[in-house]
Design a protein around this ligand. Structure first.
Ligand code: 13P
Length: 281
């Protein structure tokens, strides 16, 4: 099966009404856990890392591990750069063989976001890669370092953006936010439905951690085909490792290593079952 273009996964999902999970990883063990879950459930998978996280996991090291894991997987796996901010990093990811990149121009005025997204699309074309963009602004920053306020996606802007760029996947802001939600998220499903009616592009839901199963299912019914989950996986890994250290006086390295794999595996598996991507590989 192995490394595939993200666009293919989203097209398949669009035909059969399920969501493909895009799971953020930070190391080899998390990659192994995510692939294990996908293989066990016979589910497609998107492995991703955001540009802001590359200070912890340098792209030239983590990138090849992601690609090799995808190539060897028994299920289709797309490898995606999340929240690409600079052309340099986007290009580096494409050179490494990432099959998908996001250009996040959500902080830019609409015209500029359109212009820059088009430039990224031109570049990605040379590599046959998929491009995701963002319109409106998802709340919070990917790594929690900035307090970014939410800007709900306008239907007119989404329509114009999709028509002018012909981007492959479009992230929308409908009450979702990155990181841990301070209050239960209230998703504006009416707005999502309006966007879905006007825009043919597969939609992307960022800020998956903390959204409940009904919330996910309602989003999938209304055009969301890619769902990003990061914090919940990182937190589950930390929880499992913490339990391990609390349960034993002395822990050997490889027991710890195994807990990281398991922590990622559990969270990815739980989400894939909710997204309905099991048995869709
Ligand atoms: P969470 O950390 O809230 O799951 O968000 C993930 C995300 O949207 C990555 O782009």
């Amino acid at each position: 099966m192995s490394l595939v273009k993200m666009k293919e996964l989203l097209e398949q999902a669009d035909k059969s009404d399920y969501g493909v999970g895009a799971f953020s990883i930070a190391n080899m063990e998390m990659i192994m856990g995510a692939v294990k879950a996908a293989e066990e459930l016979n589910s497609p998978l998107i492995l991703q890392i955001a540009e802001v996280r590359l200070k912890h996991s340098p792209l030239h090291l983590i990138g090849p591990v992601m690609i090799e894991a995808a190539k060897k997987a028994k299920v289709p796996v797309a490898v995606h750069l999340d929240h690409g901010m600079t052309i340099e990093t986007i290009k580096q990811a494409l050179e490494l063989g990432f099959t998908s990149v996001m250009f996040d121009g959500s902080h830019l005025p609409l015209d500029e976001n359109i212009k820059k997204t088009k430039e990224v699309i031109e570049l990605a074309k040379e590599y046959g890669a998929t491009v995701e963009a963002e319109i409106g602004r998802v709340g919070g920053s990917e790594d929690g370092s900035q307090d970014i306020s939410m800007l709900i996606t306008s239907v007119e802007e989404a329509k114009r953006f999709a028509e002018e760029t012909n981007v492959d996947a479009l992230a929308v802001a409908i009450g979702n936010a990155h990181g841990v939600y301070k209050e239960t998220p209230v998703l504006q499903l009416g707005r999502l439905k309006e966007i879905d009616n006007e825009v043919k592009t597969p939609l992307v839901l960022h800020g998956g951690s903390g959204i409940d199963a009904d919330g996910f299912r309602n989003c999938i019914k209304n055009g969301v085909k890619k769902i990003n989950v990061a914090t919940a996986t990182f937190n589950n890994v930390v929880k499992r490792v913490d339990e391990l250290f609390k349960s034993s006086e002395s822990v050997d390295y490889f027991t710890y290593h195994q807990k990281v794999i398991e922590g990622a595996y559990e969270n990815v598996k739980n989400h894939m079952n909710i997204f309905g991507s099991n048995n869709r590989a």
